[in-house]
Design a protein around this ligand. Structure first.
Ligand SMILES: [Zn+2]
Length: 273
């Protein structure tokens, strides 16, 4: 799932290269992911310019001319590709925008679980998941606000972080990284976290995301549709040695969600009840 670090880098890339271009044609190949509330993409989009790209939590927004927006919620496997027209069209490509700079902007989605809304600004405000997002992980929320905000939530800390209504922009991978950096077990109930643990969680949420953005800026290049995760410390590293204590990194796979953590560095009972 693209999370705040991935989307920040993609957003900046698109603002550098695609902002200001005009759509010459739009081709819909697989409509499953589309929510065209403001009209028909193929008919409406030609002549429209791409004015600005913005990230909101785990959404990528593209403001178009004429009070129109594309709001992309990539969910697990959605991706945006920027390429020359001759580049092979992946089988799971949903739509293609042909731009007046001779390039193409495509949306692809392996599992077709993402959602791409084509809306006006009033409809944009009504998109459920967008509207319900919590404070962005990079918004610089104070510790006091962070602690007060968390009091409204119950359950395991990983679930609260990824749901997006407390802090937005964090998904499965970066929640594992943040909890590892903070030394907190993903299964701890948020109500049991002490102030010093909350302080570490608050601090590391921002540090882990900012560090990842730094790494991704160096490495993503033009392949913005390819997710880079190999530099993470625990997520996707089950069975490998913990970079801090050398013990084995644990792995749990539940509901198609991989959770990795170090039992020694992130103590706490594994209690799923
Ligand atoms: Zn460890």
């Amino acid at each position: 799932m693209p999370e705040a670090p991935d989307l920040e880098v993609i957003k900046d890339y698109l603002n550098d290269r695609v902002k200001g271009t005009v759509i010459e044609a739009a081709r819909v190949l697989r409509p499953t992911v589309l929510r065209p509330l403001a009209g028909n993409l193929a008919e409406d989009l030609p002549g429209t310019s791409l004015e600005l790209f913005r990230r909101e939590g785990k959404f990528l927004l593209c403001q178009l001319s004429g009070d129109r927006w594309l709001a992309i919620n990539p969910m697990l496997t959605g991706a945006v590709q920027y390429c020359e027209p001759k580049a092979r069209v992946y089988k799971r490509t949903s739509f293609v925008l042909e731009l007046d700079n001779g390039m193409e902007l495509r949306y692809l989605d392996d599992r077709q679980m993402g959602m791409v809304y084509y809306v006006d600004s009033e409809q944009l405000d009504g998109i459920y998941r967008l509207e319900k997002q919590g404070v962005d992980v990079l918004a610089g929320q104070s510790f006091d606000d962070f602690r007060a905000g968390l009091k409204k939530f119950r359950g395991e800390v990983k679930g609260v972080l990824t749901r997006g209504s407390f802090v937005s922009g964090i998904g499965n991978a970066y929640s594992d990284e943040i909890l590892f950096a903070a030394g907190i077990s993903p299964f701890r109930k948020v109500g049991t976290l002490k102030d010093e643990e909350l302080e570490r969680l608050h601090r590391q949420s921002r540090i882990v995301v900012e560090d990842a953005i730094g790494v991704l800026r160096e490495r993503v290049g033009d392949n913005i549709h390819v997710k880079i995760r190999d530099f993470l410390k625990v997520h996707g590293k089950g069975g490998e040695p913990c970079p801090v204590c050398g013990g084995n990194i644990s792995q749990l796979n539940a509901n198609q969600r991989l959770t990795n953590f170090c039992r020694r560095c992130q103590p706490g009972m594994l209690n799923r009840n």
